[in-house]
Design a protein around this ligand. Sequence first.
Ligand code: ATP
Ligand code: MG
Length: 555
Amino acid sequence: MSNVPESKDFIRKIVEDDLASGKHQAIQTRFPPEPNGYLHIGHAKSICLNFGIAREYGGKCNLRFDDTNPSKEEDEYVESIQEDIQWLGFQWDNKYFASDYFDQLYAWAVQLIKEGKAYVCDLSGEEISKTRGTLNQPGVESPYRNRSVEENLDLFTRMKNGEFPDGSHTLRAKIDMASNNMNFRDPVMYRIMHATHHRTGDTWCIYPMYDFTHGESDSIEHITHSLCTLEFENHRPLYDWFCENLGIYHPRQIEFARLNLTYTVMSKRRLLQLVRENIVRGWDDPRMPTISGLRRRGYTPEAIRRFCEKIGISKVESLVDLQLLESCVRDHLNATAPRVMAVLDPLKVTLTNWEPGKVEMLEAVNNPENPDDGTRQIPFSGELYIERSDFMEVPPKGYFRLRPEGEVRLRWGYFIKCEEVVKDADGNVVELRCTYDPETRGGQSPDGRKVKGTIHWVSAAQAIDAEVRIYNNLLTEPSLTDLPGDFLDYINPNSLEVREHCKLEPSLASCEPGSRFQFERIGYFCCDPDSTADRKVFNRTVTLKDSWAKIQKKG
Ligand code: ATP
Ligand code: MG
């Protein structure tokens, strides 16, 4: 047993007890996504739990695609799910599909029919829900409930053979229409669906429901601990009922609270809608909480795993602050991302006393947090760009950046003094004419004179052009629970801001999509695959400011 987190959650305690008591010799878990969309950060919680427990206790974890609804499932999703799990740093021991078990499930359904525990019902879906009753009122038994075994076997075979249209018949478990648990009121086991399945093609036109598939699949794979989210808590008796009545290996289902994040849409159905309606640019849009969106945004697997560790596992539903996720990636990038200089809103600076045409190379530290990252050379010349916001003609008190007649330190460079402000016909500042002090190379004051402000810059002639995409929350509200209207009413119209005329230091000319940097004084940024040979595109992963740390201090 290695690397078990220090404070163990209730599931890890159960696992340890089961190993200690000898109930299980080895742990077997599974992660069971339906391939009907891309994985999101909520799935990462389940992945870290299932794969994490297997890893920590020397057990195994399967990847099982829960593919019982052919109308929504696609190979594209199967591929993306595998890529995302591996990117997060996990590898399954076996890969299975629930559809691998269709023959076995069918045989088990026949077994229950023969034992008088399942029947073919001719009620429509609507009629079934109408006759299911309510929490306070028992349901009404279906008029087809007492069909003979022979008739049920005949009808079920004909359902399978495609003799009936969609929705005309279902196979239902015969349990208890008056049960306190709604899931026991003769749940549907099979429905007719003339649809092409992504793997079994047109072999089947009846498909098993989740409740008749999940426990049985867990059983086939000898899952020891079947971990799922709380909404399945009242499905557990049915999970148990099927295993017991089929007389098969009976895994233990344990529920934990799902992850909810502020300002975040966390449902595949809604995420699919955002993609289909082009509200975002795809499943991997950096505003999406999908694993592929977070990856494109610049998140690291380490940061996501750390986040999952921090939120922990419990039985209590909660809403996690998005800033906790952001602080995890900020911490990891602070330790690992090389520092570079980038100017997002360039203002031209001309050094009037610089030798025309001269270019000097200055040494810059790549990451002060990590001396092993070494240094690089950056060009300095008489024509620079600084950030427009780093100059103010009439600054307020406490502004230590550049002002008329004022002096400022250029990061890794020299002190410069603003001698003249050049404006266009409309009065906009278009250029600053400055002098530099040759005695201040490397930013050192030669005579003890104080220069409080340090600003970043790039040398104009060598700088490369870039587009920088700044992302804000996708939602305007921290939580949509109990809010009126459609969730699309709460989409932030300013979730994407594009800065088209950015200037980057030339060391970024060769960077690959996916590489991550700290743009000094601005934030963490990741090179986007939209980059071309002569124009880089960068995504802002997260700002430098850690409002989470502040919140925690206050709290
Ligand atoms: P969604 O509600 O987003 O469509 P889902 O539960 O339908 O998600 P599945 O593909 O069935 O998606 O999920 C695979 C596994 O991931 C399940 O075991 C599910 O419980 C878990 N999971 C899904 N969403 C979350 C979440 N927000 N937090 C924790 N686990 C989750
Ligand atoms: Mg689901």
